[in-house]
Ligand binder design. Structure first.
Ligand SMILES: [Zn+2]
Length: 277
């Protein structure tokens, strides 16, 4: 949800269309850095009269951050920006910040994963008191992006010094584009069994509920409205109805205009699936 006009504005927007969970940026998502949040801004968010209407609010990191960046300046910016965003998220009492693990840019999978592990250690060691965790997001594997297999995320978690500060956000469009079969109930169950086995069920803290414009295994990340893409409604029906996901916040990241009409429609589609007998 947009934070145009101030971080607290996202709450109003989310509540205006009946959201019960919300993902937000903690600053302009196309800029490296921003001035710190003021006391007033933090207060306006935390004391917002509608904040309790949202059962879960969490953050998404900006898209410039690449913990596996090969350019030293770009890498240094990434570490600083991530630390600053974790601090902002913590000030807003958000439990986790969703982050794309990084892209190795030709350095290779192994070198990229090592760099991500080192980077996370470095960021966390600089902000020992920050409670907001990093939720590593499953990715489509576009280009040299890491995080398209459950094994890669598990590797990062197993190698960092403070694994308790990491969790995972699953994106339906990304795992589909990365090649996972979620086309039928049995296939979905199998994919989640694999998630449980490789990463662990307890790590899952959020789901990005997106349909995919691109085919399974395409490794191309293009979100589509629920039911209008290539995934099919079965996966969304399962996620909306299975008991194991009941307490997991689910958010849309589908295309939308300022009036949020598309969000309203997608929420409606999902809630109909959830209520089906
Ligand atoms: Zn996502």
């Amino acid at each position: 949800m947009s934070i145009a006009g101030g971080v607290q504005m996202s709450i109003q927007r989310g509540c205006s269309i009946g959201c019960s969970a919300m993902q937000m940026f903690v600053k302009n998502n196309m800029q490296w850095f921003a001035r710190p949040l003021t006391r007033q801004e933090i207060g306006a968010f935390l004391k917002h009269s509608q904040r309790r209407e949202l059962l879960s609010i969490f953050a998404h990191a900006n898209y410039l951050i690449n913990l596996a960046a090969t350019n030293p300046q770009f890498h240094a910016n990434s570490l600083r920006a991530l630390a600053e965003e974790l601090i902002r998220a913590d000030q807003l009492k958000l439990p986790f910040l969703v982050l794309h693990p990084g892209a190795h840019l030709g350095a290779g999978e192994e070198a990229g994963l090592e760099k991500i592990v080192e980077s996370i250690d470095c960021v966390f060691s600089g902000i020992p008191k920050i409670k907001t965790r990093i939720a590593l997001e499953t990715t489509a594997g576009q280009g040299s992006c890491l995080g398209s297999t459950f094994e890669q995320l598990a590797y990062i978690i197993s190698r960092v010094r403070e694994p308790e500060r990491l969790c995972v956000c699953l994106d339906t469009a990304h795992i589909f584009a990365a090649g996972h079969d979620i086309g039928s109930e049995s296939a979905i169950r199998k994919t989640f069994r694999e998630f449980d086995r490789v990463i662990g069920r307890d790590r899952l803290v959020a789901i990005h509920v997106n349909d995919s414009k691109t085919a399974r295994g395409s490794r191309v990340d293009r979100h589509e409205h629920i039911g209008k893409g290539k995934i099919g409604l079965e996966a969304f029906r399962f996620i909306m109805r299975d008991r194991r996901f009941r307490e997991i916040p689910k958010v849309l990241e589908t295309p939308k205009g300022k009036d949020l009409a598309e969000d309203v429609q997608n929420l409606k589609t999902l809630r109909i699936l959830a209520a089906e007998q």
